[in-house]
Design a binder for this molecule. Structure first.
Ligand code: SAM
Length: 336
């Protein structure tokens, strides 16, 4: 942990530049001339739309957002990055054609993936974030640094361009990566976990979906590495890239893999209008069999909850684990 300034280690990519470096496209991007496989022009009302589609994950449906302006587009060594200003959801970050966050609803995901493990752990001091380039999870973790619970945050992001662009175009999210208690490492999270000797109380995998550089995160070897890097009774949480409406079978399989490594695994979900089908699933796990992950160990006063959270509160913590009957039965049934 750096105590005086942001500490950034870069092993696979160029050095992260300071926030004062403004990234702008070389020339303003003309929407009508801009070509991208996710963007469709609708002649009837002269509008341009982004569509999130997936042949494997959710065939036969798509989620669309009307585009007002293309803010940035680039292809890095790792992924295709597109940022646009939408009509109803503010600025939107897209990686490899998949929505990562929108200014309108990002807080729901960032708060749930952060505060559920933190409030479930008796004494969370050291936190590791794998991925998380938009820096929204760091913003949420800083609330617990200010509360004198969390002491150090290490974030391992593979693509420094995501951080740079988020600083520029998602300023409400990427605003605490310079905090003295935050250490940024630009590296593959999988490689970092293989090599690290450190132990963490909480590990949050805030990764993109399995297609692309995050592919290895959804495999059993990753769960083993997570477990090795956890302190005694530590908690891991990861976005599952799916939800009960899109791919229950995939989810069940992912939970099964987690159960092979961890003794206590649970599934929770988050309302997210900008993710296809309106929600995202998260998997949370620990080796502590006695820890009830769906009940917070620490609860803030109602006034404090309203002051520091927009989505999370102690009741949402509990209710996020409650599933509709068909999904609960399917996930609990051992036959399939
Ligand atoms: N909230 C988002 C979601 O669920 O779609 C995820 C947000 S965050 C932008 C995902 C980050 O994971 C990206 O910045 C991406 O570069 C990073 N990432 C993907 N693969 C990675 C890897 N192997 N190591 C570290 N970071 C990775």
């Amino acid at each position: 942990m750096s105590s005086t300034s942001t500490s950034i280690t870069s092993s696979t990519s160029t050095k992260f530049q300071s926030d004062s470096t403004s990234i702008k496209p070389k020339e303003p991007i003309n929407l009508s001339a801009f070509k991208h496989e996710t963007i469709v022009y609708h002649k009837q009302d002269n509008s341009y739309w982004f569509y999130e589609k997936s042949k494997d994950s959710f065939p036969g449906q798509a989620f669309g957002l009307e585009i007002l302006e293309i803010l940035y587009h680039t292809k890095t060594k790792f992924q295709d990055i597109l940022i646009f200003k939408s009509k109803n959801f503010g600025n939107v970050l897209i990686l490899n054609g998949i929505i990562q966050c929108t200014e309108k609803d990002e807080f729901a995901y960032q708060e749930l993936i952060t505060h559920v493990p933190i409030m479930s752990h008796p004494n969370p001091k050291k936190v590791l974030v794998i991925g998380g380039g938009d820096c929204g999870v760091i913003r949420e973790l800083i609330k617990h640094v200010e509360d004198k619970t969390v002491e150090s945050i290490t974030m391992v992001e593979i693509d420094d361009m995501v951080i740079k662009l988020s600083t520029q175009y998602l300023p409400e999210m990427a605003k605490y990566h310079n905090h003295p208690n935050v250490k940024l490492i630009i590296e593959d999270g999988f490689k970092f976990l293989k090599e690290t000797q450190s132990k963490f109380d909480i590990i949050i995998t805030d990764s993109s979906d399995p297609e692309g550089p995050a592919e290895e995160f959804f495999q059993i070897n990753y769960f083993k590495l997570l477990n090795n890097a956890l302190s005694k009774n530590g908690i891991v949480i990861m976005q599952s890239s799916e939800n009960i409406w899109l791919n229950l079978k995939y989810l069940k399989n992912l939970i099964k893999k987690s159960n092979l490594i961890f003794k206590n695994v649970n599934y929770l979900q988050c309302y997210m209008p900008s993710y296809t089908s309106g929600q995202l699933g998260l998997i949370i796990a620990t080796m502590d069999e006695n820890l009830n992950l769906s009940t917070p160990l620490r609860i803030f006063s109602k006034e404090k909850e309203s002051k520091i959270f927009k989505y999370y509160n102690h009741l949402i913590h509990q209710s996020s684990f409650i599933l509709p009957t068909w999904a609960k039965d399917y996930l609990e049934n051992n036959n399939d």
